[in-house]
Design a binder for this molecule. Sequence first.
Ligand code: PMP
Length: 350
Amino acid sequence: MMNKIYDSILETIGNTPIVKIRNIGPANVNLFAKVESFNPMGSVKDRLALGVIENAEQRGELKPGQTIVEATSGNTGIGLAMVCAQKGYPLVITMAESFSVERRKLMRFLGAEVILTPAKEKGTGMVKKADELAKKHGWWQPRQFENPANADMHERTTAKEILEAFSDRELHYWVSGYGTGGTFNGVSRVLRNKSSSTKIILCEPDNAQLVGSQIKQTRNEDGSANVSHPSFNPHLMQGWTPDFIPLLLEEAVDREAYDELLPVDGNFAKQCSRDLAQKEGIFVGVSGGATFAGALKIAEIAEAGANILCMLPDTGERYLSTPLFENISVDMTEKEKEISHSTPGFHLAE
Ligand code: PMP
């Protein structure tokens, strides 16, 4: 970020730092992370929110003051809520009740309405609800899973930032997971073109290998998924791999945008997220831990001196009520009690 006065909060989206990892992983390779929590609402999805809304404004599809409705597991909703607040659009979010409570509250704090859908209906349920509402009320839908403006934003911003940062050295590997596939689609397009020696690594949960199964997703005419993918299982990486293959992801997979597909274990992802916090001071959610887990696997097999970059999509602050924090104590631990008792004053009664 430069020392300048920004025109509005929207100008601070993107241009996130790429940070060298110093204390985790093999010493003979260089691990780097693009830290998307530096976006104003703390996730990569701020880019998408601005990208799809400005694109719809330019095409005249979104009218001033028109309500926006979208199905989202949280980060997109939070990003949209920020952009809508600044630009003056009312926002309605549909979201499965199983996602973290912090996310609902954040969106409501930013002025959005959050409509919860049954957990058992999974991602497709919340998408169907958003469709119903849009049809009934004439609201505008960003359609993050199919809207090409999502991937285009990553082509214009994320990918450009990566190329600029690596202008003085080769980028051997770029590692990403997928939610909508917007990041993967947009960045892979640019890397294939302008950094063709970069190997692109796509990660997905080991218990929900949708791409790995090679089973095609069935779709409605508008490209949205019409059923849950048979290989989907609930997994720990909130924000990654919905219960269907998004159109934006499929497009990139069809043009062979990845060199390797890596399954990632959810418990290892949580461990990586904790390691990033406790050994690097980098505070990310589970999907960041999962992408970093993928980068570590690559680090083990990469040639000496390889430069490996992974995406860290969001902040860990969004997961306080989730399994990521399950071992983090509210009460004092044994070690903390010992420290407390090492001097005579100010003890809690026990
Ligand atoms: N991680 C988290 C926490 C996310 O919210 C998202 C977006 N849903 C992603 C990763 C994946 O990003 P994309 O939608 O660009 O594939």
